[in-house]
Write a new protein. Structure first.
Length: 468
């Protein structure tokens, strides 16, 4: 694609729009864009025609000049694209990871719900269904933020190991036997980092509000290893204000009654058991390493304990039909977990397998699932999008009343500081204490790098301490 635009930031924005509207196939397309006074113009040439779009630049109480120009360029692009494609992305010109930020800003500026919906549909070309979803999520975030102090701190602990690597996986988890053999050494290093982070937070008089142990597959740890890790957390951190301790067990075949008892003993009140699908054929195809029966057995064990349970499902898995996806959802909802998270499969460069473009019927199936969850008592509470998502869909967390995931929402919407320990962990310090912008500090990605370069952790904590 040839793209002519003087502003580099706008070039990237228009490039992402072209990828969305033309299904990531903008080859042979020439795009020219400019803002002239109070008018944005976009011209598209190629793919069987030449079309131009125009849109006025409108500033108001919610929109400064820079933002208004971007909005106008997006609408001008949409108008031009109508001549070349009939496809309309469900989120319109909102190309970012967190589209909920748009209605949140509008509501906080004093606009009523009807006006927020109108702006989403008319200024950002968002579909009516997605506009309503974003508005609902924005209300949840605003209500939650009022009860969640901005100086709160959350803790993330990374266990970047898995029993096997799924074919669609783009995460950094290790599954090779030689990597799994280093788990004991990794845990020793991790506990040293926990000591350093705990010391820093005590010095700054900070207490943890939510704790999340993620991966990878934390369930790969033995009961003894998990017990030792969680006991270390209790020794090193002030958890007197901690409302949520979540362990993302992950693979159902790593669940045991002994491990669940250890989690309960250590104050864990939320776990995640993730089937992704209940179709055994699909599980074998993607190299998941467990069966649907393993999942159902794990959920039976979990019922013996007072955990809030989340289950992850993925739409558009390779070779799976919309009908089979809907069957998996129904089988999981029948178990009545407190939380259900619906993910859209993403084609990432680092995954072993790139799935073909899914049937457009997946978008209809996902919309059907959203309505079914809401009608049966699960409320959407957080959302994020990823590039290369199947059918341009999203990842949405649903929760029953009283079971909203504090860490998920606060982390996704940048409501407070997050300190992350372990390989691949990314700490972030949010405004206002970070000079008006979010500051991120990443540990080395892979366990062997984490082991070889402990000075990276020391330098990260030195900079974090200056911002807390």
């Amino acid at each position: 694609m040839n793209l002519f635009c003087e502003n580099e930031g706008r070039r990237l924005f228009l490039y992402h729009l072209a990828q969305l509207f033309f299904h990531r196939d903008a080859e042979g397309l020439t795009l020219s864009a400019a803002v002239e006074g109070n008018l944005a113009r976009v011209r598209l040439d190629g793919k069987g025609g030449s079309f131009e779009g125009k849109s006025p630049v409108i500033t108001d109480v919610c929109t400064d000049r820079k933002r208004a120009e971007s909005i106008a360029l997006g609408l001008a692009f949409t108008e031009a694209a109508r001549g070349l494609t009939s496809y309309r992305p469900p989120y319109g010109t909102l190309v970012g990871v967190r589209p909920v930020k748009v209605p949140v800003a509008d509501l906080r500026a004093g606009l009523d719900s009807r006006e927020v919906l109108r702006r989403l549909r008319e200024r950002y070309a968002v579909s009516p269904e997605k506009a309503s979803l974003l508005l609902d999520l924005a209300r949840v975030e605003i209500d939650f933020a009022e009860k969640f102090p901005s100086d709160s701190v959350m803790l993330y602990i990374s266990i970047p190991f898995c029993p096997s690597r799924c074919s669609y996986c783009s995460f950094i988890s290790s599954a090779a036997p030689r990597h799994l053999a280093m788990i004991p050494r990794y845990l020793v290093l991790l506990e040293k980092e926990l000591e350093a982070v705990g010391s820093l937070l005590k010095k700054r008089n900070k207490r943890i509000r939510a704790l999340y142990v993620g991966g990878g597959t934390p369930g790969i740890l033995t009961a003894e290893q998990m017990d030792s890790l969680l006991e270390k957390v209790h020794r090193e951190f002030d958890l007197s204000l901690c409302e949520e301790i979540c362990v993302e067990i992950g693979r159902p075949d790593t669940v045991s009654e002994e491990k669940l008892a250890v989690l309960q003993k250590n104050g864990v009140n939320r776990i995640s058991i993730n089937p992704q699908t209940t179709c055994n054929e699909t599980l074998r195809r993607i190299g998941r390493g467990h069966s649907a029966e393993d999942f159902f057995s794990a959920m039976e064990l979990a019922k013996k304990f007072p955990f809030s349970v989340n289950c992850d499902l993925i739409s558009a898995l390779p070779g799976e039909s919309p009908e089979r996806f809907l069957q998996s959802v129904e089988e999981v909802l029948a178990l009545s977990p407190e939380n259900v998270t619906l993910h859209a499969l993403c084609n990432k460069r680092s995954s072993r397998e790139r799935a073909a473009d899914p049937s457009p019927l997946f978008a209809e199936a996902v919309e059907q699932v959203h309505k079914s969850c809401i009608n049966r008592g699960w409320r959407p509470y957080y959302l994020y999008r990823q590039k290369e998502a199947a059918a341009d869909l999203e990842n949405v967390g649903f929760a029953k009343e009283g079971h909203l995931g504090l860490y998920n929402l606060a982390m996704m919407e940048d409501l407070c500081h997050v300190l992350a320990c372990g390989a691949g962990g990314i700490s972030k310090i949010v405004p206002a204490n970070s000079g008006g912008r979010i500051r991120r500090f990443a540990n080395h990605k892979y366990p062997f790098e984490y082991e070889l370069h402990p000075e990276k952790i020391t330098e990260n904590l030195r900079q974090i301490e200056s911002l807390l």
